[in-house]
Design a protein around this ligand. Structure first.
Ligand SMILES: NC(=O)C1=CN([C@@H]2O[C@H](COP(=O)(O)OP(=O)(O)OC[C@H]3O[C@@H](n4cnc5c(N)ncnc54)[C@H](OP(=O)(O)O)[C@@H]3O)[C@@H](O)[C@H]2O)C=CC1
Ligand SMILES: N[C@@H](CC=O)C(=O)O
Ligand code: NA
Length: 431
């Protein structure tokens, strides 16, 4: 029986998990594909490093050509990270007719369209399930599970680090900096956690989900991004009093064939299923016109969960090899990109203002809202320590982004408004 040989690029957190799963689940893999699978060669930076898995030294190399040009290697698994240099390596692999499995969201969010095209031109598979929400089969869920439906909305908690931080701030009242260090120690955060906390990691994942879910070529630049670095414990506590939970939400909405995609800290109504997703867990809520509400939940990062997605992609490549149907997945989007404008993007908003505690101030503020056609759903006025000042916390009814931004400009111009302390999107509905 012929053995399938794999070339592995990277033997870090995910690569180590891949080696373990291929070894430990060999019987199950063989049962599905009918022949054994072995990792033949592994690209690393440092051959002498201690590893969490036992590997013969002659399997390691620092020369990518030993893998990319080896005619015995059928499939490349890329779990090394990086964008431009990695793109070159994968193009080289595909041009050498090697199938590719990758966990690299940074690469797929930026160069996915090009790589998928080259894969298709060479009759190769390029699968990337692990790139979004680690071990959760969300890409297969969208592309296969919901293939017959018209998806109108996706909301994702797709970054484990920020969900861990916000959960600890909300439930244990811990400070942001303290929890970020904990997330780094536990290994959820990227080596430079800026892309986690500034929302870029989630934006890359939402780019991939929106492209697939809406069958439109969404690029990273189309995603409006805001991270969690400005979220305060007071904001979280005010939201709690009003019945909302703070989450970093990736939001993708389609209406009348126009779409919007964004990532931002947002308040979710406590009864929303995503509000119960805590710590480093990820979840993606998907609304399809026919299926209604669905939610995909699980571990979005970590060695074994992420490697599960990678090796499952590998099994699919090998099943396709047996059937002789590699590279046949449709890659070109069905629809032309059509993005919503600010007067077409509707949401509720949470707003926290520090204002003078004087007669007429409340009326001045409410008149700005009514001039812009926006009304309130909830409102609280609270005393603050500083004499003569008060805090107003409110939730609006649905407003267009255009009207809401006008309101913010006008409020900042009012002499009775000392500061706009914070402002967040509020989510709760379905479609
Ligand atoms: N960790 C996670 O939970 C998740 C990770 N991912 C993605 O998976 C990929 C891998 O992540 P992770 O395993 O955490 O990363 P690690 O940093 O743990 O591992 C990277 C591996 O790649 C090797 N490597 C990196 N650059 C080079 C290079 N230029 N030449 C040769 N070898 C190189 C390293 O070698 P050496 O060991 O010698 O240093 C190391 O073995 C990334 O794209 C990441 O975004 C996706 C979902 C979840
Ligand atoms: N840093 C990422 C890891 C997985 O993609 C996260 O926190 O989700
Ligand atoms: Na996944």
């Amino acid at each position: 029986m012929e053995t399938i040989s794999i070339g592995l690029l990277g033997l870090g957190t995910v690569g180590t998990g891949v080696v373990k799963i291929i070894e430990n689940h060999q019987d199950k893999i063989m049962h599905q594909i009918g022949c054994p699978v072995k990792v033949k060669k592994i690209l690393v930076k440092n051959i002498d490093k201690d590893r969490d898995v036992s590997i013969a030294t002659d399997m390691l190399t620092t020369n990518p050509d030993e893998i990319l040009n080896d005619p015995e290697i059928d499939v490349i698994i890329e779990v090394m990270g990086g964008v431009e240099e990695t793109k070159k390596k994968l193009l080289h692999a595909l041009e050498n007719r090697k199938h590719v499995v990758t966990a690299n969201k940074d690469l797929m969010a930026v160069h996915g369209a090009k790589l998928l095209q080259v894969a298709s031109d060479n009759n190769c598979d390029l699968f990337y399930e692990a790139s979004v929400a680690g071990g959760i089969p969300i890409i297969r869920g969208l592309v296969d599970g919901l293939a017959s439906d018209h998806i109108t909305k996706m909301m994702g908690i797709v970054n484990g680090t920020t969900n861990f931080i916000l959960t600890k701030m909300t439930k244990q009242g811990k400070a942001y900096e303290e929890v970020l260090e904990e997330a780094q120690r536990l290994g959820f955060a990227e080596s430079d956690p800026t892309s986690d906390v500034e929302g870029l990691d989630a934006a890359r994942k939402m780019t991939i989900l929106a492209t697939l879910g809406f069958s439109m070529n969404i690029s990273l630049e189309d995603v409006k991004v805001e991270g969690i670095t400005k979220v305060t414990e007071e904001d979280i506590q005010y939201g709690k009093q009003l019945g909302y939970t703070m989450k970093l939400i990736g939001f993708a909405h389609r209406q009348d064939e126009k779409v919007e995609v964004s990532v931002q800290p947002a308040f979710l109504i406590d009864s929303h299923p995503l509000a119960a997703v805590n710590n480093e867990f990820n979840a993606v809520y998907v609304y399809g016109e026919a299926v209604g509400e669905t939610m995909f939940y699980g571990p979005g990062a970590g060695s074994m969960p992420t490697a599960t997605a990678v090796v499952s992609d590998l099994v699919n490549v090998l099943k396709n090899m047996r059937l002789g149907v590699n590279g046949k997945t449709a890659t070109s989007p069905q629809f032309k990109k059509n993005l919503k404008k600010p007067d077409e993007m509707y949401s509720k908003y949470f707003l926290r203002l520090q204002v003078e505690d004087a007669v007429g101030v409340f009326a001045e503020i409410t008149s700005i809202f009514s001039e812009n056609g926006v009304s309130f759903e909830k409102i609280l006025q609270l005393p603050v320590k500083e004499k003569g000042m008060a805090e107003i916390v409110l939730i609006t009814h649905h407003a267009s982004l255009l009207n809401y931004e006008n309101i913010l400009i006008q409020l900042r111009d009012l002499s009775s408004v000392r500061t706009v302390k914070s402002s967040y999107r509020v989510e709760g509905g379905t479609k």
